[in-house]
Design a protein around this ligand. Structure first.
Ligand code: HEM
Length: 480
């Protein structure tokens, strides 16, 4: 008998129906109180009102929301057996053509994870460094041109050119060079995909499965364009494998490893797995890293004394007009602390939704199989119990020896911007390298003249699976 059925009426274990939560309407639940793009803010506000564990409903789908960091960590670590991505995410991602590691569950996920981990491991990042420098040099030229012409830079869109070029270089061995192009070749299409996925993940019913033919025709165009780009990357990898058969044994990058595995007799990997993962890499690597960088550049602009200290670190370590070596990148401690502090205040994944695989009890709460659980990642990271003066942007709190040992020791257990446990982000080494590289380029070559929204209003957070700042423009001055 399942443990939930065994609970006696006087058991200290709570059931979902005992949890507090916002009052909703019959049938609709709390759907009308939620604006998708502000879901994280609404849930964070509810957490302040109802506590670290509460529930709410969208139509008939009841979500349990948890912001207690120990409970969150317990659930994220208990994967894949206890928790997994939701069936809804899995179905929606498949429908949109990117059923890869991010949305996969069970055996499918177990098969794919080691391959993706290897493709993004520190050894590959180190070997990739010369290409990272080349893409960063191009990016610097782009920003020098904008500064020279007195032109405002569309911050996120420029940063996404950089992150897509880097991901394609590392994972697909392809130099797509969108940084030196004014067309928005691939980003234009990628941009549409995460919001479409997020909408499906949250909708009360999977209506798109029944009315597929009438579904958003523009989205169909974007999907076709992406499919053709993905096919191009795969065809490139196949050509290289045909030219250099030794690559089948020792693939140079993720896509070659996946294609070689796909072609192995008896392989369980399908063509859909390969193309789904190519798209997954582009999507997972683009928005997250670009948005974190955009938030960091904005925070540095708001805190000139911090920007000054970071610039001094860069300028004392890296020669005039050059970029950090791989070793120097590892020594930019204060710049890295700025990245961690940015992710604490502005985690681009403020929500991680999981589904219970088998009946379980976490933190004294009984969770039946199938329950969707929404983990809120920010509340604990901005709680004074864990970080003194929690709303302040103080990167030095991440440096060893600074601040109370309690905060330094617990910091990484409480702020989990890359998730935790067996499904922790496999792109974190790449992301950290990219972010430190762009920060070093920016602080070494330029002064930040302004970062603001076009109409000067306060910058807003927008959630579309990842959380981005809305409409930031950057103005730079070339350093004398
Ligand atoms: C600042 C940058 C980034 C942040 C904040 C971030 C954050 C995250 C988070 C929170 C997760 C979910 C983890 C979990 O469920 O415990 C995740 C998963 C993932 N990320 Fe990242 N990510 C970043 C960059 C990247 C990059 C650059 C790539 C690859 C090019 C990448 C690829 C992935 C993949 C494939 C997964 C799914 C892993 C799995 O389910 O096994 N991410 N990321």
């Amino acid at each position: 008998m399942a443990i939930i059925d065994e609970l006696r009426a006087d058991s200290p274990v709570r059931r979902i129906r005992d949890l507090p939560g916002p009052r909703g309407l019959p049938m609709l639940g709390n759907a009308l109180q939620i604006q998708r793009e502000r879901l994280h803010r609404t849930a964070e506000q509810w957490a302040r009102e109802y506590g670290e564990v509460f529930r709410f409903r969208i139509g008939s789908r009841e979500f349990v929301v948890v912001s207690n960091p120990e409970m969150v960590a317990t659930m994220l670590r208990d994967r894949p057996d206890g928790f997994q991505r939701t069936d809804r995410l899995n179905a929606a991602a498949r429908e949109l053509g990117f059923s890869g590691l991010f949305s996969a569950n069970g055996e499918e996920w177990k098969r794919q994870r080691p391959m993706v981990l290897r493709g993004l491991d520190p050894a590959h990042i180190k070997a990739f460094h010369p290409t990272l420098v080349k893409v960063t040099q191009r990016f610097e030229r782009r920003w020098r041109n904008a500064a020279g012409a007195g032109r405002a830079i569309d911050l996120q869109s420029d940063l996404m050119r950089y992150t897509v070029d880097v991901t394609a270089g590392l994972a697909f061995g392809t130099d797509i060079n969108t940084v030196e192009s004014d067309d928005e070749i691939i980003q234009k299409h990628l941009d549409k995909l995460l919001p479409a996925l997020f909408k499906r993940v949250l909708s009360p019913l999977p209506h798109w499965l029944w009315v597929r033919r009438r579904a958003d025709p523009a989205l169909g165009e974007h999907l076709r364009a992406l499919r053709s780009a993905v096919d191009g990357f795969i065809a490139g990898a196949r050509l290289r494998l045909a030219d250099q058969p030794q690559l089948r044994e020792r693939p140079g990058n993720l896509i070659e490893a996946m294609v070689a595995e796909r072609d192995r007799p008896g392989s369980a990997l399908t063509d859909e797995d390969v193309s789904g993962n190519v798209l997954t890499m582009l999507l997972a690597g683009e928005d997250t890293t670009a948005n974190t960088l955009a938030w960091m550049i904005w925070l540095l602009h708001c805190h000139p004394e911090v920007a000054q200290r970071a610039a001094e670190e860069v300028r004392s370590m890296v020669g005039e007009g050059s970029h950090p070596t791989h070793e120097q990148l590892g020594q930019l401690d204060f710049v890295e602390a700025c990245v961690h502090e940015t992710m604490r205040l502005k985690p681009v994944a403020p929500i991680i939704i999981q589904q219970v695989v088998r009946d379980t009890v976490v933190g004294g709460l009984a969770l039946p199989a199938g329950t969707p659980v929404m983990c809120l990642m920010r509340p604990a990271a901005v709680d004074a119990a864990h970080f003194p003066d929690p709303q302040a942007f103080r990167p030095e709190r991440w440096l060893a020896g600074d601040g109370p040992a309690r905060a330094a020791g617990s910091a990484k257990r409480v702020a989990m911007p890359f998730g935790a446990g067996p499904r922790t982000c496999p792109g974190r080494y790449l992301a950290l390298s990219e972010m430190k590289m762009v920060a070093a380029m920016l602080l070494g070559a330029f002064e930040i003249a302004d970062v603001s929204t076009a109409d000067g209003t306060e910058v807003q957070e927008r959630l579309a699976l990842t959380m981005s700042p809305v409409g930031l423009k950057l103005r730079l001055r070339v350093r004398k």
